[in-house]
Design a protein around this ligand. Structure first.
Ligand code: URA
Length: 245
């Protein structure tokens, strides 16, 4: 099957390169090149071949990733996933032009401002919903540092499927807790309720002092992905998200 063809000015405008007029001006100036040859009319259609970013050059730079982009980001502490919280946004860690993409990149769920670790972003709404859907049962693993020593009862309470968080009407689904030492553990959960991990430990009389997500489904945060850095996900990375924990 041949790739869908789209107007180049629309494609580039939706990738944040400017208005259609600005893009036409770039084309007229010879600044848009496909396989080395100038693309004269930005109103012409171009086949959306997956290798287009390797072949199309805009103002001397390779084309940005096509729509259908999925990223893994190592969220540092102090940045937020939502405009509703004060502070710099995770989107500020991405190239400036990517913030003008349509469809926009969105975070797949959220991490609190004071939580670090693996955060996925995508412009593919169907994929986003597949990952966060309760049906997909995608497990998330958090490394937890606690203020007070574990008592030994937490594993059973979290696994019971009966723990009720303050202000909620439905108990939490079972959560697996793996003890590392007196004040460190890992929890694996499939739900994503508001401040869930912090509230779970508050419910058993403890306090989370540091929280870091190191795994989503079967995808680990790569050890060589520094805090604040991101990477484009490959198809196997996306499959790993659904491959279980
Ligand atoms: N639970 C929390 O309390 N915070 C997060 O960021 C994620 C899970």
């Amino acid at each position: 099957m041949s790739a869908k063809a789209v107007r180049l000015d629309k494609l580039l405008a939706n990738l944040g390169y400017g208005s259609r007029r600005e893009i036409q001006n770039l084309a007229r100036a010879g600044a848009i090149r496909l396989d080395g040859a100038a693309w004269a009319d930005a109103g012409d259609r171009i086949a959306l071949d997956p290798d287009l970013p390797d072949r199309l050059v805009i103002d001397g730079e390779a084309l940005d990733p096509l729509p259908g982009l999925c990223l893994m980001l190592h969220k540092p502490l102090g940045v937020t996933c939502s405009h509703k919280e004060a502070g710099p946004l995770v989107y500020g860690l991405l190239p400036e032009r990517w913030r003008r993409r349509d469809p926009p990149l969105s975070t797949v769920g959220r991490l609190d401002k004071e939580t670090s670790g693996l955060l996925l972003l995508t412009d593919d709404g169907a994929l986003l919903h597949r990952i966060i859907s309760p049906k997909a049962n995608v497990a998330k693993r958090y490394r937890v540092t606690l203020d007070r020593p574990l008592t030994g009862s937490e594993t059973g309470v979290f696994a019971s499927g009966t723990l009720m968080l303050e202000g909620e009407e439905r108990p939490l689904l079972p959560v697996i807790l793996a003890v590392e030492d007196a004040t460190h553990c890992a929890v694996t959960l499939t739900e994503g309720r508001y401040h869930q991990v912090r509230r779970m430990f508050a419910a058993v009389g403890n306090h989370v002092t540091a929280l870091h997500r190191d795994r989503v489904g079967g995808l680990d945060l790569p050890a060589d992905l520094a805090a604040g850095a991101y990477r484009i996900m490959t198809a196997p990375d996306v499959e790993a998200v659904f491959a279980g924990g």
